[in-house]
Design a protein around this ligand. Structure first.
Ligand code: HPA
Ligand code: ZN
Length: 337
């Protein structure tokens, strides 16, 4: 069965918002824990409400959902639930986004957020065998000054954070708005990534590359509109962390059949598959792989290449990448010596 083969395929996840892994079941449990009321009558009603017409209509529910996250234990439970799912799908390494401003704006201390997430990641390594790193995203609909303040708050925890990123409402908030913040982050030794070309134009991808000097582009699915950009992305092997189910749920493409993932892969770009906000978009990595396999007529070789790209694009050392790829190769070619 191809679905079981996909489940067992060793892989890395590079684009997952931890707040977007908040399943309605846990949302209700945390609401109970804090005697909060939710805008949904039932778990089923929450699932039913997850119909979006664009990025903003999703973000409105995503930020509302995150209101139940209050204590270190809540952030631990959220992250631990994700890691258990990931392990059941043979995710060997994961790079997790978190949005501190979503929480600090509500009065939750930065320390509470990061300590809960970090402790779960430590336990994920020791108890589940999943390696991980943490990427702190700035909310691009907020000001550059607020992002700079968030960066300063993060400095005492720098050992726990590998990179900074940029997420939230893309239109009208180009990467150039955050040039100074990203300069400052790089001067402290953070790597950089940015959401670009999800809803926004290829110009935003250029800005992320040139001004923010990103190591990867998150989404980047509008790249095919700019042939020069396609050449650049290929020549520099800039990874794209593509999220197929997300793009369809947010109406970036009408159906998966119109999704450019196969086109990008065939053009020689370093494409990876990711879940983005799995609790809201209909699935984790396994479900994303399965959906593109069916809709885009992918071969097993394509799936293998996507998994290999995930390790090549990760913030791992060369030797860690090679060890992960060796495991992947023996899975793909079990009869080879
Ligand atoms: N795009 C932008 N911001 C986000 C997303 C996304 O898909 N998910 C959570 N924050
Ligand atoms: Zn995202």
């Amino acid at each position: 069965m191809i679905s079981e083969w996909i489940r067992g395929l060793p892989k890395a996840e590079l684009h997952i918002h931890i707040e977007g892994s908040l399943e309605p079941e846990l949302m209700f449990a945390l609401a109970d824990r804090h005697q909060m009321t939710l805008p949904y009558d039932s778990i089923e009603a929450a699932h039913q409400a997850y119909q979006f017409e664009d990025l903003q209509s999703f973000l409105d529910l995503y930020y509302a959902g995150a209101n139940v996250l209050c204590t270190e234990q809540d952030f631990y439970d959220l992250t631990w639930a994700y890691l258990q799912r990931a392990q059941s799908q043979t995710v060997r390494h994961t790079e997790i986004f978190f949005d501190p401003q979503t929480h600090t704006q509500r009065g939750i201390p930065f320390k509470t957020v990061i300590t809960g997430i970090h402790q779960a990641l430590v336990d994920g390594q020791t108890q589940l065998g999943i390696s991980s790193c943490l990427i702190m995203c700035f909310l691009r609909h907020l000001s550059a000054e607020e992002a700079m303040k968030t960066l300063e708050e993060a400095l005492p925890y720098q050992d726990w954070i590998v990179a900074v990123g940029l997420d939230s409402s893309e239109f009208g908030h180009p990467p150039s708005k955050f040039s100074a913040v990203f300069d400052q982050a790089r001067s402290h030794g953070f790597l950089t990534v940015a959401h670009a070309g999800e809803e926004g134009p290829p110009e935003y991808i250029w800005e992320a590359l040139k001004l923010l000097q990103v190591a990867r582009i998150d989404h980047g699915v509008r790249s095919p509109e700019d042939p020069k950009l396609m050449v650049w992305l290929k020549e520099h092997q800039i990874p794209l962390t593509v999220c197929p189910l997300s793009n369809v749920k947010l109406c970036v493409f009408e159906t998966l059949k119109e999704h450019p993932l196969k086109q990008l892969l065939d053009a020689g770009l370093r494409v990876t598959v990711n879940s983005d906000d799995p609790a809201y978009f209909g699935g984790y990595l396994q479900e994303n792989f399965m959906a593109i396999y069916e809709a885009l007529n992918l071969s097993q070789q394509d799936l293998y290449q996507l998994a290999k790209n995930s390790f090549l694009s990760a913030f791992l050392s060369e030797s860690e990448k090679q060890a992960a790829i060796a495991e992947l190769e023996s899975y793909m070619y079990p009869n080879r010596q």
